[in-house]
Design a protein around this ligand. Sequence first.
Ligand code: PAF
Length: 284
Amino acid sequence: MIAVIESVDALSKRIEEYRENEKTIGFVPTMGALHEGHISLVRKAKRENDIVIISVFVNPTQFNDKKDLEKYPRTLDADVELLVPHGVSIVFAPGMHEVYPKGVELGSDIDLGGLDEYMEGAFRPGHFKGVAQVVKRLLEIVTPDRLYMGQKDFQQFSIIGHMIRTLHIHTELVVCRIIRESSGLAMSSRNERLLQKTRDQAGLIYKTLKAVKKYRNSKSVSELKKYGLKRLAVPPFQPDYLSIVDGFTLQPLNDINSSTYAVACVAVWADGVRLIDNIILKKD
Ligand code: PAF
């Protein structure tokens, strides 16, 4: 039976019981509108822990665009329904005052190690401060042994990993592979907002990333970026960036061979929806 819990007090009592019985806890933070990508995180969490807790909370502090926040789908009943066969113990669906008891404060002083300077961070000012703020708060509430995040949000999990290390939080970050639709489009709650035709064509993004990977040894970084951006600039798709970065520092690379871990990350607009994806070009 899944328990849907809204208050921090009620959740803390349940967690205390789990701890008394020496249960391990896996935690999947989400903003709801769950899809197969989230379910794959839940499955892995279930395999590796006694208890799985998933949170559903649309965090206002990470939205730099108010319209995006308003349009974000809220589908709690359907989310709970989807989780029923997957052995989740608790859906934590807190109200705003539970997460932000002192009122919603924008931003925070968490050190992001400069990892928020490029890519999504450059295009969405304040976004990662909001993400780090809410994940820190959720980790304080849930105190999980393991935290499950998807590789699709490469910059997000890198920043959360940095935060966990620098704040000495006793939670292991587990990064899970990208789950894709049949077209190759990386799964995201935002995909629902695409026109069906666009959604069918959006495999272009992953195809482009795979081509960039294929040419990684025969083209320079600037040639790869030029090639990829040109391939992506087919209406209704409009790329924001295609960056080739070091997978640890997220600093842009001029030469793939200067790094042991190189990643190509991309953001593309289509039908007013921002789609992100990435591919690991090399990891020695
Ligand atoms: O990736 C998300 O859905 C959100 O950024 C997260 C990690 C749940 C924080 O609100």
